[in-house]
Ligand binder design. Structure first.
Ligand SMILES: *[C@@H]1O[C@H](CO)[C@@H](O)[C@H](O)[C@H]1NC(C)=O
Ligand SMILES: *[C@@H]1O[C@H](CO)[C@@H](O)[C@H](O)[C@H]1NC(C)=O
Ligand SMILES: *[C@@H]1O[C@H](CO)[C@@H](O)[C@H](O)[C@H]1NC(C)=O
Ligand SMILES: *[C@@H]1O[C@H](CO)[C@@H](O)[C@H](O)[C@H]1NC(C)=O
Length: 347
């Protein structure tokens, strides 16, 4: 299991707001030479050809206005319940805004109007229960929206209206129970969708109609019981699929049929006893090597002839199999406790 979380955090190109902040601070301290010696009430300012980058951490005082060339603003760990009105006024070149680890409960619909070039908005670890419809009316350039670890129980498609180039949407660590039909219908460029660690029980079969080139889908840590055949159909480019820590007892026949590029699959810690015939076939064609591995451990597998397909697949791909020692038969009685791989190899 740990190897999966490592992957999750280290995969190249995967946006990690904290890593991004660390790099940014590192850059700042390198830029200022002998370490940062400054008045703790000041925000750090770094100027480059691109424009000013400003980083404020408690106990600094928030600036009452931002330089007009500000491209990058960090206001984190203040426990702010509200942002100063007009914080972004005059910062029309802003491209990245990091507001994680405050206690924001709401945002005003006009908040982002002054910053139409914004590409990254990170609201990780706040207390948002909703977003105002219209928040993104001027945010056509926004590529990355991170709402991780807030308190969203619901989400409405109208909250996201205005986003035209969204590539990365992170809604993980909220309390979402369901998602509305058509939520992603307009996000053809979405490549990373993180819905992990919510309370989702079912997914609309057409949830992923809209995105045309999803590469990374996180659904781990929900309450999914069934993986329906249609969900993944429109996603030939999907490379990383995380379904671990759900309650999956059924993966429908043909579910993986449309996948052409899968490099990683995590189905560990579910309630799978068997899988339909042919499920793995699309993942086992020549030239497809599942290069980053797969995990089907900690499921109550019933090791009878219904798993014959799976045994063949395991034999062919065992060097890509994680947690081999935790992938064991729960039945029938005479097989209980054997590893699936041992059973596969004895066939
Ligand atoms: C924010 O709240 C946390 C938890 O209550 C506390 O540990 C931290 O010191 C607070 N930070 C500020 C800047 O007030
Ligand atoms: C998609 O975009 C169109 C045009 O902006 C809008 O009318 C429609 O409501 C959007 N659909 C969803 C589900 O957001
Ligand atoms: C398995 O998944 C459940 C949620 O279904 C979670 O509570 C538990 O911590 C997970 N176990 C492991 C070892 O990850
Ligand atoms: C495999 O698992 C068994 C019991 O689950 C444990 O006793 C054993 O040490 C494990 N072996 C390895 C190599 O991890």
């Amino acid at each position: 299991m740990s190897s999966w979380s490592r992957q999750r955090h280290q995969s190249p190109g995967f946006f990690d707001p904290h890593l991004s902040r660390m790099l940014f601070l590192l850059l700042l301290s390198v830029a200022s030479g002998q370490g940062v010696t400054q008045n703790p009430k000041d925000c750090l300012v770094f100027q480059s050809e691109r424009g000013s980058s400003i980083s404020c951490h408690s106990p600094a005082e928030l600036p009452s206005y931002l330089p007009a060339d500000t491209v990058h603003l960090v206001v984190e760990f203040f426990n702010l319940t509200q942002l100063p009105a007009n914080l972004l006024q005059g910062a029309s070149k802003l491209q990245e805004l990091h507001l994680s680890s405050n206690r924001l409960e709401s945002l005003s619909a006009e908040f982002l109007l002054p910053v139409p070039l914004l590409r990254v908005l990170d609201l990780t670890r706040n207390a948002l229960t909703r977003l105002p419809p219209g928040l993104f009316q001027a945010s056509a350039a926004l590529d990355t929206l991170v709402l991780k670890e807030n308190q969203l129980e619901d989400i409405e498609a109208s909250w996201l209206h205005g986003l035209k180039t969204l590539g990365h949407l992170d809604l993980s660590g909220n309390r979402l129970r369901k998602l509305p039909a058509g939520l992603l219908a307009n996000f053809t460029l979405l490549h990373t969708l993180d819905l992990g660690d919510n309370q989702l029980e079912i997914l609309q079969p057409d949830l992923l109609r809209g995105p045309l080139r999803l590469e990374r889908l996180h659904l781990e840590g929900n309450r999914l019981k069934v993986l329906g055949k249609e969900l993944l159909e429109p996603q030939p480019d999907l490379r990383y699929l995380f379904l671990n820590n759900n309650k999956l007892a059924k993966v429908e026949a043909g579910t993986f049929q449309g996948l052409r590029q899968l490099d990683m699959l995590d189905l560990s810690n579910n309630s799978l006893a068997s899988v339909p015939k042919g499920l793995w076939a699309p993942l086992a064609q020549p030239g497809r090597d599942m290069q980053d591995g797969f995990d089907i451990s900690n499921n109550p597998w019933i090791c009878d002839q219904n798993l014959n397909d799976l045994y063949c697949w395991l034999k062919a791909k065992k060097d890509k199999m994680f947690s081999q020692n935790d992938t064991r038969c729960a039945g029938p009685k005479d097989m209980k406790g054997q590893t699936l791989l041992a059973v596969a190899e004895s066939q």
